[in-house]
Ligand binder design. Structure first.
Ligand SMILES: *Cc1c(COP(=O)(O)O)cnc(C)c1O
Length: 500
């Protein structure tokens, strides 16, 4: 299987090369030359497998330049040996008559980013070997919270790599900050930036494109890489859990073989829901993809009107991992919707960059609305959903997951479609415990308590165990104390790597 660019670059590369590079040379995203189709028997056969076997079965189609043994090692390293607190890895929990929660937060950092970031570093190290890369890989990350910690956990002590994570000093939650500054590992570095997420992200972008620095890196045997969600090595592992959910439902006789389901996903960068689209194209019986947004409802508007318009106020919400105005992975869907018309994709991406908007019309728009249904949940509705879902079903949903549930309920009311639906639960309720506790117990109950105390409050009241990665967090030693301004970020990299 070879990979081509969504913007028409004339070359094609192996999956190892695509994973190593991240972005295509023309700035486009790598997509597989063909989308693999699985026959119904193979899909049904997953019911008898565990998560790791399912993962190898899917990955080997797309990463066919890896040997089966290599894939097995990557999969075992990521999803084996107690790294996830549920041996099913991504368990499906029935919520109501027709709704099922696909819990993607049982990994070490309690958010769904672990599903991909536990395996990506392993795929990357092997990609370096396959492409005879001798330089050490330096992963640079700008994070608004979840990605940074998940990347640190994924890359910690992975041979041949170092990771430097920058986060906005006052732009992440208490739990998220503590998760990062207490990170263990011999190759990990964490730096707080005095500024907001945009400053931090722009700083990292500037470092990536700094020619002088890249030259020094080269001379010292380093190369930069990123772990962000446009890397094919992050997307492809996410396809697995949709097949896995279906297989679990088959095995539990919740659905019949071949029965169609819907998938609802709380969406930010469009990675998670795009993986569901790939699963659908690969033959998984999926009827509708339900795209759930928060108040940053760019995608809702796009799905309903065909107009993608990022020129709007950026809103900080209680589901911060979805506070995104440019959903990068959408580019892959556009490429496929146009029948792989890279010239058209380039026009749209230029319009987005220069004018802040583009419009999809005609056949492409029709296909989009046929497959996707989009709506959003306001802040009030999200809080209300957390409370109702807990009262009605005894299920504790984090704010991101609640956005997904609320939009699913809107979908049912609007369409009358009662197809069984899998809703992606993307974070543990303990990770965003302030919003969750306030929704369930009211503001009075939580007043004056910090997030660490609230972990225990939630645990006691709801009879749930605090995930291991979050329990005892407040008592952990702070191992990373670097703080810098936006302008000093490059110096930090120079110091950390010992350049000059
Ligand atoms: C990253 C994230 C999302 C958004 O996922 P995308 O793949 O960017 O659409 C949703 N919820 C949580 C908790 C996340 O960390």
């Amino acid at each position: 299987m070879y990979y081509v660019s969504t913007r028409g670059w004339s070359g094609s590369v192996t999956s190892a090369e695509a994973i190593k590079r991240g972005l295509a040379p023309d700035g486009g995203l790598f997509v597989p030359e063909t989308i693999v189709r699985l026959d119904p028997e193979e899909i049904a056969s997953f019911a008898e497998m565990d998560y790791r076997e399912r993962a190898v079965s899917i990955l080997r189609h797309y990463l066919d330049d890896y040997t089966e043994e290599e894939l097995r090692e990557c999969v075992d390293g990521a999803y084996g040996s107690g790294r996830f607190d549920d041996e099913r890895i991504a368990p499906v929990v029935r919520l109501s008559e027709n709704a099922y929660m696909l819990e993607l937060w049982h990994g070490p950092t309690s958010a769904f980013k672990d599903m991909a970031l536990q395996i990506l570093p392993r795929l990357m190290v092997r990609a370096n070997m396959k492409t005879r890369e001798s330089r050490e890989t330096v992963i640079l990350v700008a994070t608004s919270g979840d990605t940074g910690k998940a990347a640190l956990e994924g890359f910690r002590d992975v041979e041949g790599t170092r990771i430097i994570v920058f986060f906005p000093e006052d732009g992440v939650s208490q739990v998220q900050k503590m998760q990062m500054v207490s990170q263990e590992g011999s190759n990990v570095h964490v730096v707080a930036v005095k500024g907001n997420f945009d400053d931090t992200q722009n700083g990292v972008k500037a470092i990536f494109s700094d020619e002088e620095l890249n030259r020094e890196m080269l001379e010292n045997g380093f190369r930069f890489s990123s772990a962000n969600s446009i890397n094919w090595g992050r997307l492809v592992p996410q396809i697995v859990y949709y097949f896995s959910a279906y297989a679990d439902m088959l095995a539990a006789r919740e659905i019949a073989e071949g029965e169609k389901i819907n998938i609802a996903v709380p969406t930010g960068n469009f990675g998670n829901i795009l993986a569901a689209w790939y699963a659908r194209e690969m033959g998984l019986p999926i009827n509708r993809l339900i795209c759930a947004s928060n108040d940053n409802n760019v995608l809702t508007e796009f799905i309903n009107t065909g107009i993608y318009n990022r020129e709007r106020e950026f809103k900080k919400t209680i589901s911060p991992s979805m506070d995104i105005l440019i959903s990068s992975n959408l580019e892959r869907l556009l490429f496929e919707l146009t029948g792989r018309d890279a010239a058209q994709v380039r026009v749209w991406m230029d319009e987005l960059k220069n004018e802040g908007r583009y419009a999809v019309i005609g056949e492409e728009k029709r296909k989009l609305t046929e497959m996707y249904w989009g709506a959003y949940s306001t802040e009030e509705e999200t809080v209300e959903t957390i409370r109702e879902v807990y009262d009605d079903y005894g299920y504790l949903a984090d704010p991101h997951t609640a956005v997904g549930i609320d939009v699913y309920e809107k979908y049912v009311i609007s369409t009358g479609d009662i197809t069984k639906t899998v809703i992606a639960a993307t974070a543990s309720p303990f990770k965003f415990n302030r919003s969750v506790a306030s929704a369930v117990f009211g503001e009075d109950e939580i007043a004056g308590r910090d997030e660490f105390e609230l972990l225990d409050v939630l645990s006691r009241h709801c009879g749930l165990t605090v995930p291991a990665g979050l329990a005892g967090l407040s008592g952990r030693p702070v191992l990373h104390k670097r703080v810098c301004s936006r302008e000093e970020m490059k110096d930090q990299v120079v110091q950390i790597l010992g350049l000059k």
